[in-house]
Design a protein around this ligand. Structure first.
Ligand code: NAP
Ligand code: G4F
Length: 329
């Protein structure tokens, strides 16, 4: 039986990837960081909490990573753990570097010391393109990160390439563009919008405060993107792949899709609040997934319209549950 260790299993992608691997018959282990409150709600949401083995550990603690590898004996490791919120990376740049950059080399070293035959996936990001150097970004587009998060991820990307070239390890870097789902953290703009639309429709909120709504992103569905992660580790050799839809949309248009689905006009509710502007913005991202499509035989399956509607429906459901809990029914 194949075994996989997923770091970041309590995050959006970790939960979807765990479900995918379980469905493929893997034994799934997840690294879980010690927190004062329970962080497993996404595993509960997908009904897989009892099917995965959680091992306590932290990306900043090399010894815990070695212990996790010795215990789980995986054939594949997916490194999804990160301080992943761009906004926070200006407030906590050192923590972001420790977890999102140094954490990657900690894990690669732990693998090299325990079993260098393990296949490794690194969650790289379109944020590394930042101030874009080409209108459509592919594996050969030069990087220009614009946030401490993007800079940290760039280290993670290059150290992944370096361990492949230095030690012949099977390491892959998935340069994933933004991907969302009902399991997205509430701090990210898509979920903030779908949650607000659901609350406004239910009479629980009156406005939505946002920053730069002219920013453009290439948004896909997380459920589709974890399939690409798995496909990378199944190839004969490790490599780098852009995973994207090839379409870009403004935050403004995304708001329109979410609000009009509920027969609301977003312009009646969205208030621009400079508090949400970033010190250096990534204005536009647009990925070219040709290599993933041709070499991995991967394809994004969910349109942005369907994705946003799926998220709004899930948020409406949550709001309803919240209201009935408060009402005691
Ligand atoms: P997410 O929901 O923020 O999940 C991040 C995960 O990392 C959580 O499980 C978190 O644990 C864990 N983590 C944070 N610090 C840790 C530490 N010190 N030690 C161990 N675990 C730690 O992120 P996501 O959206 O699923 O993204 C997954 C990965 O892909 C991330 O590396 C992200 O940077 C990258 N990425 C995401 C996107 C996207 O659009 N979603 C695009 C490109 C790349 P807690 O639950 O305990 O906080
Ligand atoms: O949803 P966001 O916070 O995602 P961002 O910054 O693109 O980062 C996400 O995608 C990356 C891949 O490119 C990942 F690597 C990263 O881990 C994360 O998952 O913001 C999207 C855009 C930005 O331009 C932001 O300035 O939306 C703009 N925005 C406008 N108002 C806002 C808001 N973003 C947030 N979070 N909150 C706002 O109120």
């Amino acid at each position: 039986m194949k075994a996989a260790l997923i770091t970041g299993i309590t995050g959006q992608d970790g939960a979807y990837l765990a479900r995918l691997l379980l469905n493929k018959g893997y034994k799934v282990y997840g690294l879980i960081a010690r927190r004062s409150t329970d962080t497993t709600w996404r595993l509960d949401y997908l009904n897989i909490k009892n099917e995965v083995d959680l091992i306590e550990g932290d990306m900043t603690d090399l010894s815990s990573l070695i212990r996790a590898l010795n215990f789980s004996k995986p054939t594949e490791v997916y490194n999804l753990a990160a301080q992943s919120f761009v906004g926070t990376s200006w407030e906590q740049p050192v923590l972001t570097a420790n977890v999102t950059a140094v954490g990657v080399v900690n894990l690669l070293e732990a693998i090299r010391l325990t079993n260098p035959a393990i296949r490794f996936y690194q969650a790289s990001t379109s944020e590394m393109f930042g101030l874009i150097q080409e209108p459509m970004q592919s594996e050969s587009t030069p990087f220009y990160p614009r946030s401490p998060y993007g800079v940290a991820k760039l280290y993670g990307h290059w150290i992944t390439v370096n361990y492949r070239e230095s030690f012949g390890m099977h390491t892959s870097s998935g340069i994933l563009f933004n991907h969302e789902s009902p399991l997205r953290g509430i701090e990210f703009v898509t979920r903030k919008v779908t949650d607000a639309a659901a609350r406004i429709k239910s009479g629980l909120q009156s406005e939505l405060r946002l920053g730069n709504i002219d920013a453009k992103r290439d948004w896909g569905f997380a459920g589709d993107y974890v399939e690409a992660m798995w496909l990378m580790t199944q190839q004969e050799v490790g490599d780098d792949y852009v995973v994207a839809t090839g379409k870009t949309t403004t935050v403004r248009e995304m708001c329109d899709i979410a609000f009009s689905y509920l027969d609301l006009d977003y312009q009646d509710y969205v208030v621009i609040d400079p508090k949400f502007y970033r010190p250096a913005e990534v204005e536009v991202l647009l990925g070219d997934p040709t290599k993933a499509i041709t070499k991995l035989n991967w394809e994004p399956e969910t349109s942005l319209n369907d994705l946003v509607r799926m998220m709004v429906d899930a948020d409406l459901q949550r709001v309803k549950q919240e209201v009935s809990l408060v009402a005691g029914v």
